[in-house]
Design a protein around this ligand. Sequence first.
Ligand code: SF4
Length: 328
Amino acid sequence: MVKATKKKWLGYDPWKDGVTQGILATYNDCNQKAKLAAKGHAPQKLGHALEWGIVAHLILEKLHKMQSAKPKKWSPEEGLVISTVHSVTERYKRRHGQRWNGERDQEFDHDVCQMIAVFPAYFNFWKKHPLNWVQVENTFAVPFRVPGFEKEIILRGKMDGVYSSGGDWLLDNKTKSQIVESQLGETLLRDLQINFYTLARKISSGRVPKGFLYNAIRRPGLKLGKNESMPDHVTRIKLHIAEDPESYFKRYEVCIEPSDLAAFQNELTGLLVEFLNWWKGGMPSRLFGQPCVGKYGMCENIAICYNETYTNHRMKEVMFEELLEDAA
Ligand code: SF4
């Protein structure tokens, strides 16, 4: 695993740094966005939903790791879950809070209240369905042959977990403001991240995983009342979850057929040929017809692309900061 150290940005080289599903998805979305990421620009401030998801992953990682070291049926008690929420969120705030304004600071305090209500309920909800852990939060780097290039490229990423149930299953944690079942099901079979991780697992283990478990957690939508204290707000969220826990916690097991994975492997090969040639060609980008305003609002790079203003961005230390050991 790579240790985080203070580094000066040295530029992106896929042959040294590897390729993640994130940079490929960004390239698919907008090649200008991928170019900015490859030149080291990262937004100072992350979107609220994205940051909620990052912190939730860190909390799950800690608690799932504890579970993996205990007998299968062990589940953390409420007090342990709450103290873990506090330790993870306090650490996260110490590391990232200096980039926030006062409004984001308050919003984060509200996020912590939501997490104090959500995660004990999550572990309580699933305690009768324990997973037989093989690994939790596994950082991978596996070689992949791309036709037309001499060297193998390294596929990199971080899986949420692997458990065993008649073969390997991959865990994919997702946080959502709403869990819409009709939008899931078979559509997950075409999810780039899921397929990328499944293929990486096949390459590292030599076996096709049985499938993946889509582990969805809903982010509460309740607002803090005008005269409501934070502890009262936590109680209200807890009651809301207790009324309908199935709308907060859902898991879908999706089986993978070897033929599905072979089809993905072909598609990934084509995408990598295109991406690597694009990088080699100096990363030419298109500014017209890009998804600058999407379903989550304006792209975080608007100020750069429209006004050449970089003040809302910082320079990264390494290309894939999310893969550093202490990325939190
Ligand atoms: S602002 Fe538009 S062109 Fe620029 S990176 Fe975002 S989506 Fe791409």
